[in-house]
Design a protein. Structure first.
Length: 126
């Protein structure tokens, strides 16, 4: 039996207007902070999370594929997505030095454990 009224599709955006979530009113308990972008029948509208947009909400790098412009979703271009990139922070030299020391200590400990295990398995240790 077909749904009597059309399903409404809502999106949530971040502070810059990038679409970060999409859903149907069939699954929403609150519409606070959401913007209605479409309505209709069928899975595209009823199960909007995976069916409404031809591309996922986020690309393989975690950047939003869509933005809201004048109340309508617009696909973001690569230049817009590239602008989202934040390079990782450099690890301070002191932290890198501490990490190297910890790795060296763990390797030494592992070597000692390996040696003890080999002695134990050979039967040389009582």
């Amino acid at each position: 039996m077909e749904h009597e009224k059309p399903y409404s599709v809502y999106v949530k955006t971040d502070e810059t207007g990038r679409i970060v979530a999409v859903n149907s009113d069939a699954f929403l308990s609150s519409l606070d902070g959401l913007v209605k972008i479409a309505e209709g029948y069928g899975d595209k509208y009823h199960h909007a999370q995976g069916n409404f947009f031809p591309l996922p909400i986020f690309d393989e790098n975690g950047h939003a594929n869509w933005r809201l412009e004048d109340g309508r979703p617009v696909e973001r271009n690569q230049e817009e997505k590239d602008a989202d990139y934040t390079p990782p922070e450099d690890v301070p030299a002191t932290d890198a030095g501490n990490l190297a020391a910890e790795v060296a200590a763990l390797r030494e400990s592992n070597a000692q454990l390996q040696e003890a295990l080999e002695l134990l398995l050979s039967g040389e240790v009582v």
